[in-house]
Ligand binder design. Structure first.
Ligand SMILES: Nc1ncnc2c1ncn2[C@@H]1O[C@H](COP(=O)(O)OP(=O)(O)OP(=O)(O)O)[C@@H](O)[C@H]1O
Ligand SMILES: [Mg+2]
Length: 290
């Protein structure tokens, strides 16, 4: 078994080699997860840890269960068996108020759309704060404006409606909303899908910057190799209903599996991976960005 495969089944026992992050506190612990819809198996005994301060990307073919895994982690879908803990708590075991308190510790940017079309930009961002019912509206608006600026938009965009935004702006507003409650953990499902290469690069730079400034742990699903290479500390690969690797990219590519060969070793992938620094630590700021 390779090092990458060994890391796919974290057991917390001796022999686990620390990789590059100093803080190996697990923020998410997926244990022996099985998920079936009727007879269709999506996850077959999946184990995965996500550590504080890392960017973990989940890849796998279409229908391999990336979104379903994320939905189970955030408690929108129940595992058939096995367990998932986030910040040490199992969302399925919590009472509604406790679950809400846990949910307030993460932000979620969904795969599809995500903005409420009838709400302005600022009202979309303010929504999670309004739902908290803890702050007066003038403070909520100020906080939402700050988040708007944090994602590189300006107060001039506040009153625009989602239909008037470019694809890149929609992603940024959705991100601002995901950050509204100042989460420690951020889930991104295909954050750069549908963006042109320049908008995609800008978004990647934004996530990199936010991560540095806010000290976020990020779990990201992406098909996009450039995004994957630019942001990931580790990559988790779903195939054949299993997690076949969870490791930094240079270790993942050594795992002998058809999906990995096709995804990481094709010509396009090789071009994308030229962006990896020699020591393979993609979150290191490129020259001039530090
Ligand atoms: N609520 C549901 N009921 C039945 N089957 C479902 C449900 N949700 C997802 N599935 C199935 O589970 C499998 C995994 O779906 P999932 O959306 O996680 O794939 P994915 O890896 O995110 O794919 P993509 O890359 O296309 O987004 C698919 O076969 C899907 O049809
Ligand atoms: Mg999906």
């Amino acid at each position: 078994m390779s090092a990458a495969q060994a890391n796919a089944t974290p057991d917390g026992k001796p022999g686990r080699r620390p990789e590059r992050k100093a803080d190996r506190t697990p923020v998410i612990e997926v244990r022996d997860l099985v998920k079936r819809f009727g007879k269709a198996v999506v996850h077959d005994h999946v184990n995965l840890d996500v550590y504080r301060d890392e960017v973990l990307s989940i890849v796998g073919g279409s229908g391999s269960g990336k979104t379903v895994l994320l939905r189970q982690i955030v408690g929108l879908e129940r595992p058939t068996s096995g367990s998932i803990k986030v910040f040490g708590e199992d969302p399925t075991q919590l009472r509604p108020a406790q679950l809400q308190a846990l949910r307030n510790r993460w932000g979620l940017q969904f795969q599809r759309g995500a903005l409420f079309s009838a709400l302005s930009v600022i009202d979309n961002i303010a929504l999670p704060l309004r739902e908290l019912r803890a702050l007066p509206d003038n403070l909520i608006c100020q906080a939402a404006l700050l988040k708007l600026q944090l994602v590189g938009l300006s107060a001039r965009d506040a009153d625009k409606m989602p239909a008037d935004l470019s694809g890149g702006m929609i992603k940024r507003v959705a991100l601002a909303r995901a950050l509204a409650l100042e989460p420690e953990l951020l889930f991104l499902d295909e954050p750069t899908a549908g963006l042109d290469p320049m908008a995609s690069d800008d978004y990647v730079a934004l996530i990199r910057e936010l991560r540095r400034e806010l000290g976020l742990t990020v779990v990201m699903i992406t098909h996009d190799l450039d995004t994957l290479v630019a942001l990931s500390d580790r990559v988790a690969v779903l195939a054949d209903h299993k997690l076949i690797a969870a490791a930094p990219i240079p270790d993942v590519v050594k795992v002998d599996h058809p999906f990995i060969r096709e995804y990481f070793l094709g010509e396009r992938a090789q071009r994308a991976m030229q962006a990896l620094p020699p020591h393979g630590q993609p979150d290191a700021a490129p020259p001039g960005e530090a």
